[in-house]
Design a protein around this ligand. Structure first.
Ligand SMILES: Cc1cc2nc3c(=O)[nH]c(=O)nc-3n(C[C@H](O)[C@H](O)[C@H](O)COP(=O)(O)O)c2cc1C
Length: 449
């Protein structure tokens, strides 16, 4: 069998991608206060979609299905029909460039990091836990059966809106430590009802969501799931999560590959068309965003939400006490770039589950992308930070060149995006601060680059 190359086309369920590289979800403050996408969002997405950039498709930022949780502020939502029109307009602009558009749906649940004012809804999760780093509420609170049913319905109706907006597919995120992941993870799901206590029961909410989404969008529509192959709950090492879960392996590791491979098989049995594989639990974490420890960015973010709760205030104060150099050495344990970080997980899913697989995390160099494709680790590769640094990354490769200023994996983009405009904040990639600012501001403008 011929080994696929980066510019070879690929189709899933009749949706043809012109290359094997997708832009991964990149969330930023590009919606109105109530969650409607703006022209800034449309221009941002179109910048990646351009024909000369040769990306096969774009996976949207996590678009929130829940009406109440504002996480972060000015991120897009799909909790009402009124959000369909502006989304559809932007999707058409992307597709006009020959680029596919998949909308990723999710809900941060207890990992809601920001809000206007503190609200109970922002702590909703599988169970009651204290988590120092993720979410701003002092503790999370368990969803009632009624709230769970409403959650399933929110995913269902948002998925219908995705199809009505003309997107090429819908992706459900069961990763990033968001609500579906909180139910899957044995450390955050301590329930003893129909939604917790065993692998099957922890999987139940995801199963109900996938079943409802499929029923809403129809059998012929592309439906994928983003799944974390292993949770590595102990990362980041400076997080504290209480009470301890038993066995301790569950507490410190969360789901491991043997379990998530079963989830993957169950998802395939439910008719899911592809799996999008990353790893880690929570955004940001060193497995999901492999790279340098973004200490300054985390400190900036934590300080900006410190007013929301006692926990958030303590967390910010603790971070402020650390001198930067020491923090990088001590708190930065576990943060490092690992090229093609999750390709080995993608391979395990592709071999065992036998549906198309997207690998995510640490892809930038051409040989790593082509290596993963040629080895059969994955069918497609999703790239985040390196495309934010160079939206024309693939154009370089098509011309036999390398990007002049590649992404350095500093991850400041990940931590600043909830607070500042989305863009590359690694000043070492620019001649001056003014040049960096100009690049950030242009990303969402409609001038040509
Ligand atoms: C600025 C920024 C925003 C992101 N927003 C989202 C998001 O909304 N949803 C999501 O699932 N992942 C999000 N991610 C994670 C990326 O999709 C990707 O998984 C991560 O950056 C690792 O891939 P990379 O090594 O190619 O950057 C974001 C990443 C960055 C840098």
């Amino acid at each position: 069998m011929e080994r696929p190359g980066i510019f070879d086309a690929f189709a899933i369920k009749g949706v043809g991608f012109r290359s094997r590289v997708l832009r991964s979800s990149l969330g930023g403050r590009m919606a109105t206060y109530d969650g409607q996408v703006t022209p800034a969002w449309r221009n941002f997405e179109r910048r990646f979609a351009r024909a000369e950039n040769r990306l096969g498709g774009i996976i949207s930022a996590t678009i929130d299905v829940d009406d109440k949780r504002m996480s972060p502020l000015e991120y897009p939502k799909l909790s009402h029909d009124r959000f369909i029109g502006p989304l559809a307009e932007g999707i058409r602009a992307v597709q006009a460039e020959g680029c596919r558009y998949i909308v990723q749906l999710g809900d941060p649940g207890g990992h809601t990091q920001a809000s206007l004012l503190s609200e109970d809804a922002d702590g909703k999760s599988a169970s009651r836990t204290f988590d120092l780093f993720f979410g701003y509420r002092n503790t999370t609170s368990p969803m009632t059966p009624e709230e769970i049913a409403a959650e399933v319905d929110a995913f269902r109706s948002a998925a219908l809106r995705v199809r009505q907006a003309g997107a090429d597919g819908v992706e459900i995120t069961a990763s990033k430590g968001y609500i579906l992941h909180q139910f899957l993870n044995p450390a955050t799901n301590r329930r003893r009802d129909a939604y917790g206590g065993s692998e099957e029961k922890r999987f139940r909410l995801l199963k109900e969501v996938v079943t409802a989404v499929r029923a809403a969008v129809g059998q012929d529509y592309l439906v994928g799931v983003r799944l974390s192959a292993e949770d590595f709950n102990y990362l980041p090492m400076y997080n504290i999560r209480l009470p301890l879960a038993w066995p301790l392996r569950d507490h410190f590791m969360g789901n491991r590959l043997e379990t998530t491979l079963r989830y993957g098989q169950w998802l395939a049995d439910l008719g899911v068309d592809y799996l999008h594989i990353d790893s880690g639990f929570g955004f940001v974490n060193p497995k999901g965003s492999p790279g340098q420890y973004p200490f300054e960015g985390l400190r900036l973010f934590c300080n900006s939400v410190r007013h929301l709760s006692a926990k958030a205030a303590v967390r910010a104060t603790l971070l402020n006490l650390w001198p930067t150099g020491l923090a990088r050495r001590v708190l930065g344990v576990g943060w490092q770039i690992r090229p093609a970080a999750n390709a080995h997980y993608a391979r395990a899913f592709r071999r065992q589950v036998k549906i198309p697989v997207i690998a995510n995390g640490g892809f930038q160099e051409l040989d790593k992308i082509e290596g993963a494709l040629a080895a059969g680790d994955c069918d497609l590769v999703a790239i985040g930070r390196p495309l934010l640094a160079n939206p024309d990354l693939l154009a370089y490769y098509a011309n036999g060149e390398k990007p002049i200023r590649p992404c350095t994996w500093c991850s400041l983009c990940c931590t600043r995006t909830a607070v500042l405009p989305i863009g590359c904040y690694d000043i070492s990639r620019f001649d001056s601060q003014a040049q960096m600012q100009d690049q950030i501001l242009r990303l969402s403008s409609d001038h040509s680059a």
